[in-house]
Design a protein around this ligand. Structure first.
Ligand code: ATP
Ligand code: MG
Length: 580
């Protein structure tokens, strides 16, 4: 059962995984402990070699990021190496577009592989392994249909049945297998099965299929093969061929481990060790490539890199940094049982980082911003205000922000009939315009329909930020953009892709669970410095004061920047969870 970690703080304390960490005073996770024990015992000549083995049938997601950080992180920590191996044994679903995106994503996360390998590079070798098994009487060609094979397999409580093909002679098997390779038989006519144990309590040991006929074009080997190895036969042997010492995979492969070891024993090849860890599941999203692919193909999202997607490409476009993802992977740790991690923890990681690094800028996010006319400020006058880029980082310096007689503010920052404790602007009230002056609202101007079209205000000349001698204290500070200097931008406000916490565990069809409000596009007016930054592309992430963290999107043009909201300033959902 999945267990939810509601409060990000809880997972920060590492409670989630505490039972999987030893309590000897160090904080090794259980895999590091195994590695250290192996090193201490002098196994593999003190060598650590891991691999990250994606199947190139989709884009990588945040779950893969966890596996990448684990595999590359272990090698880094213990002076070892990591291979990138494409598990490309299924010709039908794989594509070079995916290969390229996977390489790009791994590098973006900050890792570099020792070798780039493809399971398809081992097709000859794997084929030889299969012949070896046949020669040892440990594999046979079976002519049964897949339905027959399934029916003969038995159930977990009932042993399977052996069929007549199981007794074929070595010579007959060799001959048939070679003819399968030569393309004499159509798809599905025959398979090669390992002869293990039809009565094993482990269903994976009941003579698993290791080769199937598939007359299909492969993205690397072209039409050279019409016979392809099954996952179980390709994966472990590829580990062995590469002399991988620790082969880390997710928990669902635990039941495959006896077979993994059986092949190693029977073929007498390098004894890679398989270790399983819990898969990462994240709230309000799905992590299966098949489902993510469906969302892309059916147009529920704009592509694999839609900023709402849990793909690395999507998260990157959303404004996450590689460091924030590595930090996240570190904080969730490595567990031995499946769990569901609150997406709030991922957001916490990026918020922490962006708080330290981003410039604070002003953007008025409003279809119809409110114009404020400062009647006692000379027509045509302009002033340059110096606003601190980042109060968390004095070395970030300050920025010139033009101020003039007319500024935009957000409509929400004004109320004609304010409730108590409303510290923003109201008729007769005063606020500070961030980094500029204190102003007072003198008059509300409405059109014939009664809609407010502008506020006429006056400013206190002695209240200029940095040299305020006015002696006036105001409770509210609001952000603004000078009307003649304002630049129009498009801002995309993203929310959770799904409206339920664990869509994968819901009986309803997952596409019915999509959050219909996961994207809101708004018009914004931003200060000119943002546009310059956008043009140079040197800086991409910003804090929009009072609004959240935003990143420049690749859809930006030189005339119109587009920003994605990465994350709000505070976790607004955490409060709702508490309230509820
Ligand atoms: P999917 O089921 O989404 O297609 P997969 O496991 O088939 O995922 P692969 O490309 O085969 O995807 O995975 C590459 C590696 O990443 C494997 O070692 C796999 O165990 C690991 N991995 C995949 N998903 C997760 C996850 N959610 N958390 C941790 N590791 C994962
Ligand atoms: Mg897989």
């Amino acid at each position: 059962m999945a267990e939810a970690t509601k409060e990000p703080e809880e997972s920060l304390a590492g409670e989630n995984n505490s039972s999987d960490r030893n309590n000897a005073g160090n904080s090794l996770n259980f895999i590091e402990q195994i590695v250290e024990d192996d090193l201490a015992a002098g196994k593999n000549g003190g060598r650590i070699h891991t691999r990250f083995p994606p199947e190139p049938n989709g884009y990588l997601h945040i779950g893969h990021a966890k596996s990448i950080c684990l595999n590359f992180g272990l090698a880094d920590k213990y002076g070892g190496q990591t291979n990138l191996r494409f598990d490309d044994t299924n010709p039908v679903t794989e594509d070079t577009e995916y290969v390229d995106s996977i390489k790009n994503d791994v590098r973006w996360l900050g890792f570099e592989w020792e070798n780039e390998f493809y399971a398809s590079d081992y097709f000859d070798q794997l084929y030889q392994f299969a012949e070896t098994l046949i020669q040892k009487g440990l594999a046979y060609v079976d002519d049964s249909t897949s339905e027959e094979i399934a029916a003969q397999k038995g159930t977990p409580t009932e042993p399977g049945r052996m069929n007549q093909y199981r007794d074929r002679s070595v010579d007959e098997n060799l001959d048939l297998f070679r003819r399968m390779k030569a393309g004499e038989f159509p798809d599905g006519a025959k398979v090669l099965r390992a002869k293990v144990d039809m009565a094993s309590p482990n269903m994976h040991m009941r003579d698993p299929i290791i080769y199937r006929i598939k007359h299909a074009h492969h993205h690397r080997t072209g039409n050279a093969w019409c016979l392809y190895p099954m996952y179980d036969f390709a994966h472990g042997q590829s580990d062995s061929i590469e002399h991988i010492t620790h082969s880390l995979c997710t928990l669902e492969f635990e039941v495959h481990r006896p077979l993994y070891e059986w092949f190693i024993d029977q073929l007498n090849i390098f004894p890679s060790r398989q270790i399983e860890f819990a898969r990462l599941n994240l709230t309000y999203t799905v992590m299966s490539k098949r489902k993510l692919k469906q969302l892309v193909e059916e147009g529920h999202v704009s592509g694999w890199d839609d900023p709402r997607m849990p793909t690395i490409a999507g998260i990157r476009r959303r404004g996450y940094t590689p460091a924030s993802i590595r930090e996240f992977a570190d904080r969730i740790g490595i567990a031995k049982r499946d769990n569901l991690i609150d997406v709030g923890l991922l957001e916490f990681c990026i918020r922490e980082e962006l708080n330290k690094t981003t410039h604070r800028v002003m953007a008025v996010l409003d279809e119809k911003p409110l114009k404020l006319v400062i009647t006692n400020y000379e027509v045509g006058r302009e002033e340059i205000m110096h606003i601190e880029n980042n109060p968390e980082d004095p070395s970030a310096g300050d920025r010139e922000v033009p101020f003039s007689r007319e500024v935009y503010i957000e409509r929400d920052d004004f109320m004609e009939n304010p409730p108590k404790k409303f510290f923003r602007l109201f008729p007769g009230g005063m606020v500070r315009l961030k980094g500029a002056y204190i102003i007072k609202c003198d008059e509300v101007v409405k059109d014939n329909a009664g809609e407010i079209i502008e506020l006429r205000c006056s400013y206190i000349p002695e209240s200029r930020s940095g040299s305020d001698t006015s002696g006036i204290n105001v409770k509210g500070t609001i952000h603004w953009v000078s009307v003649p200097h304002a630049v129009e931008a498009e801002v995309r406000l993203y929310d959770r892709l799904f409206s339920v916490e664990n869509p994968a565990a819901d009986e309803r069809e997952f596409r019915e669970l999509l959050n219909p409000n996961s994207l809101e596009v708004v018009r914004a007016f931003v200060e000119p410095a943002l546009v310059e930054a956008a043009r140079s592309e040197a800086i991409r992430n910003f804090q929009f004061i009072r609004k959240g963290y935003f990143v420049l999107d690749s859809d930006s043009t030189t005339d119109k920047p587009v920003f994605n909201r990465t994350v709000t300033l505070k976790d607004s959902w955490a409060k709702e969870v508490k309230k509820g």
